[in-house]
Design a binder for this molecule. Structure first.
Ligand SMILES: Cc1ncc(COP(=O)(O)O)c(C=O)c1O
Length: 380
């Protein structure tokens, strides 16, 4: 078989049911049939976000929802605190800059996690902060932020809490209501395992109250319009949505809830723990500290004596397993193994067999099977 196994931190392979759902012909996006599908999909999104709030589907990738959150909730000239420990934390800063929002950053060394105390100190030091952005799973470094504990801090301040769960929702613990999250965003192509091209967003009452006061400076992503269209009968979106991708997202969410959200999250944590042990058994070093490691992507230092191409190139060309490289200054320094979406031990067994053979070929490990052997502790 020549198909490439995607072990990327998104996009991820879709369940055949999801692909099948997409092959159904399009329907009128303002009609009853679509309204029912859209409503069911947004309800499944809210169930996945674990919130009583309504959710909205945007035809755009995860970044569109990040932009929708900031641009609808913070006025031009107002101040936002951006927690930045990697590329996606940095993206919120770039979005703020484009929208004339003043960005104050809480800068972390890449590979480390923010502590709730740091957030509290930053809020205490500046009462003009109108919102805080956090990335739950910093995909560029393989670090998970303690969004629950940050939420415990945020509930004592007026500033809105905006959380990016693009690469964690469905794969790690996200409980929007319990974590006091005011606005939460995600994308379709990671743990949800639908094709790329959709994003989802949910606002609580505080977020809507802010949204009503903010002078909207965007057109396509105006959330008041999404709310008004969502409230119509039949429910709809303000502009033509990707009908086919919404069929796919609905099927992907059904797959998750048939497994059970808790079970899906547990499966991701199990894959992450197994991957970390397999990495260590192959004499490789994890990039972040294990205590703050992601449940959905494992970042690994490229060992001395090898290049990114030696490892990822061989994995792809010879063994047909695709891993991701480092981003920005980590390019050439780390590889990232995505274990998100519908993957389980079969995919990990192939990946770590291929990684072991690759490292053996490079003379970097004695026992090519040590990684796979380490998986046994987690799956047998
Ligand atoms: C944590 C995180 N946030 C945001 C994004 C941006 O999502 P998209 O590429 O779908 O716009 C990504 C994509 O990798 C991500 O991992």
């Amino acid at each position: 078989m020549n198909e490439i196994l995607l072990m990327l931190p998104g996009p991820t392979t879709a369940d055949p049911r999801v692909l099948q759902a997409m092959s159904k012909n399009v329907v009128n996006h303002r009609g009853d049939e679509f309204g029912k599908i859209y409503t069911e999909t947004t309800e499944l999104m809210s169930k996945t976000f674990q919130t009583q709030n309504d959710s909205y589907i945007l035809t755009g990738s995860g970044t569109s929802a990040m932009e929708a959150a900031l641009a609808n909730l913070v006025n031009r000239g107002d101040k936002v605190l951006n927690i930045v420990g990697g590329k996606f934390g940095g993206r919120f800063v770039e979005i703020a800059n484009v929208h004339g929002i003043e960005s104050k950053t809480l800068d972390l060394e890449w590979g480390t996690a923010v502590s709730p105390d740091q957030v509290q100190e930053a809020l205490d030091a500046d009462e003009d902060i109108k919102a805080v952005t956090a990335v739950h799973n910093e995909t560029s470094t393989g670090v998970a932020a303690p969004i629950d504990e940050i939420g415990e801090v945020m509930k004592n301040y007026d500033a809105l809490y905006i959380v990016d769960t693009v690469s964690s929702l469905g794969g790690d613990y996200v409980d929007v209501d319990k974590f006091h999250i005011d606005a939460c965003v995600t994308g379709s192509q990671k743990c949800l395992a639908a094709p790329p091209g959709l994003a989802a967003i949910t606002f609580n009452d505080d977020a809507w109250a802010a949204c009503e006061k903010v002078e909207a400076n965007n057109y396509y992503l105006n959330m008041l319009k999404y709310r008004a269209s969502g409230n119509k009968d039949p429910a709809q979106t303000p502009y033509t949505p990707s009908v086919s991708l919404i069929y796919a997202l609905k099927a992907a969410l059904e797959v998750i809830h048939e497994e059970g959200l808790e079970n899906s999250v547990a499966r991701h944590h199990q894959a992450a723990a197994a991957s970390r042990d397999a990495v260590k058994a192959l004499n490789l070093e994890l990039f972040p500290d294990e205590a703050v490691s992601s449940a959905t992507v494992t970042a690994v230092n490229i060992p001395e004596g090898a290049t990114d191409n030696d490892i990822r190139g061989t994995m792809l060309n010879k063994y047909k397993v695709q891993l991701a490289g480092g981003q920005d200054h980590l390019k050439g320094n780390i590889i990232r193994i995505g274990h998100m979406g519908v993957i389980n031990y079969q995919e990990l067994a192939i990946t770590f067999t291929a990684l072991g053979l690759t490292l053996k070929g490079l003379g970097l490990v004695e026992d090519a099977g040590a990684g796979v052997a380490a998986l046994a502790d987690h799956y047998i």
